[in-house]
Design a binder for this molecule. Structure first.
Ligand SMILES: [Zn+2]
Ligand SMILES: [Zn+2]
Ligand SMILES: [Zn+2]
Ligand SMILES: [Zn+2]
Ligand SMILES: [Zn+2]
Length: 424
């Protein structure tokens, strides 16, 4: 085959890919609801993927071609480094924003995407501009391995934000399904923080040495639900698969999947050491990992796979967030902890799985220890609070001055750094 011919073939292949991407982009822009498979076009509702594909192919191929042209134009951005990268990025900049919400109300978006990013600073600048123009608050992290964010804003602002990310060539593989939304209160975050970090979630291992692409097999909420249903029928103590909550102790305290192993960890970065110290718990087992939205499991499951002899490692796709949307009264009990001022969401299932640390009555809404430097999360009911219990422990109450950023209070000091699970 001649050089010219090969080049021609390569170009054809890439054009085909771009058209395909543009087609699916166009389809997802017609989606009525991000969680349901319903589309709308030409004032008609299409309840099946097949029908909307057919409709677009027959009537709107011009729009797809237009989109493909735009994508083709911005494609090189992936490889070009600064200073040219920001030229490509201006492609999707919003310069002027005026709220057009019909219903006032706030929305919190949660999303992540693993993709190799070489122009992190440019993406950071773009996100800062976009976020502040849209008056969003929240946290956005950018790393060479991808992007991770939680943002709050009015409905129209969060929608524009979502579409801008979806329209960016770097995030071509993302779809509306990669965004999880929940009701906000306008005060979930104090400000907007956008930063370039070594890792999207700090597990303490460089991106190159532990890759999300080596993570466990995905399990859909439906598949997990089915598995849980089957597990209920098993009577033996050692149930397989083993459910592993890879969140911190204070998260799994107020909500979890029944029967899950919930490590008593303070930080996600202790997870690898926890696995190393508890290999016997995992060896030979099938393990299903879960976390809030799925991001922590991506690399944590890769670690579990490489460090132990698990028979198989799975991860819950979309995390507890997606599971709860699908099964509000399913096998997840209690509330879902979130890292913002709301502390927790969900819980249509009215079960309260944690207790007030003073009177032991059911209680699951977190507050901060009242000691200035401690500020750790405490579960103290209204009644106990009113009778003067507002701290996590006695040291905080009696000798608040002794608790500083460097000196830990009694409850933190008494917690094992890396817990070892005992065979029951
Ligand atoms: Zn149409
Ligand atoms: Zn608005
Ligand atoms: Zn109490
Ligand atoms: Zn305290
Ligand atoms: Zn304490």
């Amino acid at each position: 085959m001649g050089k010219a011919k090969r080049k021609q073939l390569k170009e054809n292949a890439s054009r085909k890919l771009i058209t395909k991407a543009a087609f699916s982009r166009h389809i997802s822009s017609l989606s009525v609801h991000s969680d349901e498979e319903i589309w709308e076009c030409c004032s008609t509702v299409f309840p099946s993927m097949k029908d909307i594909h057919k409709h677009v192919a027959l009537n709107h191929i011009d729009k797809v071609q237009q989109k493909a042209k735009l994508l083709q134009f911005s494609e090189p951005c992936k490889k070009i480094r600064a200073p040219n990268a920001d030229l490509c990025l201006s492609n999707t900049n919003v310069t002027d924003f005026k709220c057009s919400c019909v219903n006032k109300g706030f929305q919190v978006l949660l999303f992540y995407h693993y993709v190799s990013i070489t122009c992190c600073q440019e993406v950071c600048t773009w996100q800062k501009d976009l976020g502040s123009t849209l008056k969003l608050t929240g946290k956005i992290r950018i790393a060479s391995e991808g992007i991770n964010g939680t943002v709050e804003g009015c409905q129209c602002a969060t929608n524009i934000y979502k579409n801008n990310i979806l329209g960016h060539p770097l995030f071509i593989a993302m779809t509306t399904k990669d965004f999880k939304s929940s009701k906000g209160n306008g005060q979930s975050f104090d400000n907007l923080s956008v930063s370039v970090c070594p890792e999207l979630c700090t597990i303490g291992i460089p991106c190159d040495s532990l890759k999300a692409s080596n993570g466990g097999k995905y399990l859909s909420p439906e598949e997990l639900h089915q598995t849980m249903e089957n597990l209920q029928k098993v009577s033996s103590d050692k149930k397989d698969p083993l459910l592993l909550d890879c969140r911190n102790f204070y998260e799994s305290k107020i909500g979890y999947f029944e029967g899950a192993l919930k490590p008593d960890l303070r930080k996600f970065s202790y997870f690898p050491e926890y696995v190393d110290s508890n290999k016997n718990v995992f060896n030979g087992r099938k393990v299903i990992m879960y976390c809030t939205g799925g991001i922590r499991c991506e690399r944590a499951s890769a670690y579990l796979k490489q460090a132990t002899n698990c028979e198989e490692v799975y991860q819950l796709k979309g995390g507890i967030h997606r599971y709860m949307e699908k099964y509000p009264t399913g096998y997840f009990k209690g509330k879902l902890f979130v890292f913002d001022n709301r502390y927790s969401i969900g819980g249509q299932d009215s079960s309260v799985v944690s207790n007030c640390q003073y009177c032991n009555k059911p209680h699951d809404s977190y507050q901060l220890c009242s000691t200035q430097h401690c500020r750790q999360l405490v579960l103290i009911c209204e009644k106990c609070r009113n009778s003067g219990h507002t701290t996590c422990c006695l040291l905080c109450k009696k000798d608040a001055a002794k608790v500083s950023e460097t000196k830990q209070c009694t409850c933190t000091r008494n917690r094992l750094r890396i817990p070892v699970e005992h065979d029951s």
